[in-house]
Write a protein that binds this ligand. Sequence first.
Ligand code: NAP
Length: 450
Amino acid sequence: MPKYQVPSRGAKIGRKGAALEVPDEPIIPFFPGDGTGPDLWRATQVVLDGAVEKAYKGKKKIAWMEVYAGLTALKHYDKDTVLPQETLDAFREYRVGLKGPLTTPAGQHKFVCLDCAAELPDRPAKCPKCGSQWITPRFRSVNVGLRQKLDLYACVRPVRWFTGVPCPVKEPGKLDIVIFRENTEDIYAGIEFEWGTPEQKKVYDFLVKDMGKKIPFPDSGIGIKPISKTGSQRLIRMAIRYAIDHKKPSVTIVHKGNIQKFTEGAFRDWGYELAKSEFRDQIVTEAELWDQHNGKMPAGKLLIKDRIADQTFQQLLLRPDEYSVLATPNLNGDYLSDAAAAQVGGLGIAPGANIGDEAAIFEATHGTAPKYTNKDMVNPGSLILSGVMMLEHLGWQAAADLVVKGLEATIQAKTVTYDLERQMPGAKKLKCSEFGAAIVKNMGGAPVAA
Ligand code: NAP
């Protein structure tokens, strides 16, 4: 028997080929996360359940199932288990999940307080900060563990502007993109050798003496950047399928292939190869557009193009409406996601998902904001919009649209949490829970058909 409780109602999500088979009452595993996670979770659940109820009048419902990870897991399992196997199995078995932010101890200290996340040099009987007796040894990132162990190879980040959100550009509404960032290779592989170690010397000697490569100075840290055909093509395949399913106009492969030919350049080449071999009837490449179609896009086709990463940053600022779905290796995607979200003022409310072939986990993209723990103060927008992505993934578009409608109306009414209120003259500051309740209220009275 697992330590988490399976709901008495509801059913597992099934799968037919690549498509999900979603029952009317799917069981969805979730965990609120650490720090402000529980505040965010309460507001989010009210909004998502409210939208589903309003959209489907009781015909559909989510059967939430709380599983444990991070600091909460340490209280339910052994003292060193931050990512229980049962939790991984649940996400795999039930296929779709939602999660709040998790603490990753960043400092050099050996111990962490489970209640306030204070990092401590030794293991006191009680936490000097909050008095808790729950002190545990430092641990590695649970988020990275989840992604690696479930092979969630695509980090998906939609970026668009919500009317009324303060932002630094003149026409924020022109940016409406979805970034598919590779999640397992490139810098995420984490293959690095520290200068001064025997391992670094071995790699340095191999590269310089055996392979004849030039490294200007021997006191160099050395990193290795693996990018594979398999990893690139499964990510680009997901981006193209998404673009076709959602009737998007283009997929742009973002890379630095002018400099790194066999990693970033290969990512681009493998992308075009895949698009032509698996989606031939549905796509037109940018070269074909000019060679065969006089620059006029044939109706109903998806344009596949590529751009060099640094140029993409310029283009998203200067001609944002020419971009729709972007597929990118890990490091480019890391920078691009945050830069694009900042452009529309949405860093604090940017949603995200980590998706693989076996499971999809939707998550707030910010951290635990520990200084606001239990203050019912933070903005639940990121977790709520991640819930919108989850509803869309389930095919429950009517409920997803209601949440967006409610969120837009709430922001336009200038009733927002502290983070937006301090940037919006004349706005009224709401608590986290009040913001969630306002979104439900603003979804409108008329139920939307399923
Ligand atoms: P953070 O938790 O994202 O917080 C940094 C600042 O961002 C906050 O102080 C706050 O700014 C603002 N903020 C974050 N979430 C907000 C929200 N919901 N509403 C309004 N403002 C929000 O980053 P951090 O302090 O660097 O990291 C804290 C912990 O979270 C660390 O243990 C880190 O490892 C972890 N983390 C987890 C994830 C994840 O689970 N996916 C991601 C990133 C970080 P102001 O102070 O200006 O109001």
